[in-house]
Design a protein around this ligand. Sequence first.
Ligand code: ADP
Ligand code: MG
Length: 246
Amino acid sequence: MPAPAAAPPVLELRNLSRNHGTGIAEVHALRGVDLTVRAGELVAVMGPSGSGKSTLLTLAGGLDTATTGQVIIEGQDIGALSRKQLAALRRRSVGYVFQDYNLIPALTAAENIALPRELDGVSVRKARKEAGEVLAGMKLADVADRFPDEMSGGQQQRVAIARALVGDRRLVLADEPTGALDSETGETVLALLRSRCDAGAAGVMVTHEPRYAAWADRVVFLRDGSVVDQTLSSDADSLLAAEDAK
Ligand code: ADP
Ligand code: MG
């Protein structure tokens, strides 16, 4: 169900480019990408390896700085923020699921989830309660007190997703969030992302799997740093074409 065009944009990328290196070693990881994601929308990003998907996501989450162009989150041009303001905006508004989880090894699952909330001034008691709830919602209550090295890859991945979803963040960015998951758990994760977007968040998810992209309202295809196609995810032919292009 596409979000109504009138829903406010949560994320706007305007003519966004990112180059790495200089001279003959210069790599154009992203070339003038425009993308608007509104409240209620889940957008899937697909494309071959090296096409700029992770670059797009790290720029959108304020984790990397664009060479040119703008990233606007909830109306705020993040290029105009101080580092401190940007960190606060990231904690409050952006949930980020890293491809390699990035859980803090010295903290339990529940503590990993509660930490960004506590940093944001939520009481320890409330943050732990929220963490317990989001873990239960992902059928992970039994790993709450385990450390990352005591969990399977799939469990770590789901804890990383729980950390991104806690606290009603308005923008959820996920880089191949289903990579280490079996297909049933992957569907559970997508259902959670979908319901978070249905509740008013905006989501952008990188995926290689047409099956998961089908949960999105739109699919954006990247190639060599440029958007080459955008389609409704219900258009099965495009998804199959994307599959062939892999
Ligand atoms: P994807 O996630 O689609 O596989 P990336 O966004 O990771 O692609 O990378 C896009 C391009 O930018 C690739 O050619 C990659 O090698 C290059 N790239 C990404 N990060 C860096 C970096 N820190 N330094 C140099 N090149 C980079
Ligand atoms: Mg990537």
